[in-house]
Design a protein around this ligand. Sequence first.
Ligand SMILES: Cc1cc2nc3c(=O)[nH]c(=O)nc-3n(C[C@H](O)[C@H](O)[C@H](O)COP(=O)(O)O)c2cc1C
Length: 331
Amino acid sequence: MTTSQDLRTATGALRRAAVRATFAPSVHNTQPWRILLGHDELGLLTDRTRQLQALDPTGRQLVISCGCALFNARVSLAAADLTAVVTRFPDISRSDLLATIAVQQSPGPQGDPIAALDSVVELRHTNRRRFADDAVPPEMLEVLEQAALAEDSILVQIRDPAQRLAVARLSQQADALQNADAGYRAELRAWTTTDLARLDGVPATAVPQVTGESHDEVPIRDFDTSGQGLLPSDTGSSSQQCLLLLGTRGDNPAAWLRAGEALQRILLEITRHGFTASPLTQVIEAAVTREALQTELGLTMMPHVLLRVGRAAATPATHRRRLVDVLIERP
Ligand SMILES: Cc1cc2nc3c(=O)[nH]c(=O)nc-3n(C[C@H](O)[C@H](O)[C@H](O)COP(=O)(O)O)c2cc1C
């Protein structure tokens, strides 16, 4: 029997989970979600007004970003010792409703292992600095691979020297193709900012200054549209750094949502281990380089996110929208 005390506890935990969801990473920091907060359930909705039409016409990265938010909500509930009952795509007539999350008391004393990730949700940031030369420990890579599998996704490390070079070459090709596209550049300008008060978009504080002299082997997206990027221009992003590729077997919204959950689980594990990461998705966004990547690496999965992983000094947090603009509270 559910008592009114249980219901109050569940409602409080759902509210916290909704807030924690909003700390998730998202493509260009678009934060393309809305969250329906009921007494006994959360609903995760897409906000299509925030979709990147030039970069992400199918909405794949929008759904991946929402998957990251969903994972944060699950972590928050696990930390409250509640079991999240997630129903993905609960209503086929509503493609904007990605998931509902209800809660149950945890059945046993062991709890869910993802609860341990709650303490690092606010510490995870995309880090576009130069990474130290420390090797990424194999035990950590094993944890990351298992994390991806637990979320119906696949994570592979790019180890083979020829494959590393292929990733670098194709990433450069994608970067050149995108930067030559006026629509892509206009969208990027609209989603980058030097305004410290702006609550979305990628701030100059979080991006390297682009001087034209860095010659990264695996380019970091050039967000420095106003020439005021505050991080050092030397990012040392080479084909020798730890490069991981996340993908799924399927290529549809259900798979994209799971890829987002996997991405956030991996990013939080990386943070928990004292490492940092930055997603590099240009090579997957451009169809020609994505297809070449699949062929040259012999991939049987649909790739979604290339990650560089290492140790680096901290970078500032990016902003998030006001809760009043994200949460829809059921009276
Ligand atoms: C699906 C997805 C794709 C992304 N692609 C890139 C990318 O290509 N280059 C990059 O520097 N950051 C990329 N990011 C990181 C976002 O820019 C970042 O999450 C956002 O600006 C918020 O900052 P935070 O991660 O520090 O909270 C991506 C993030 C997501 C979720």
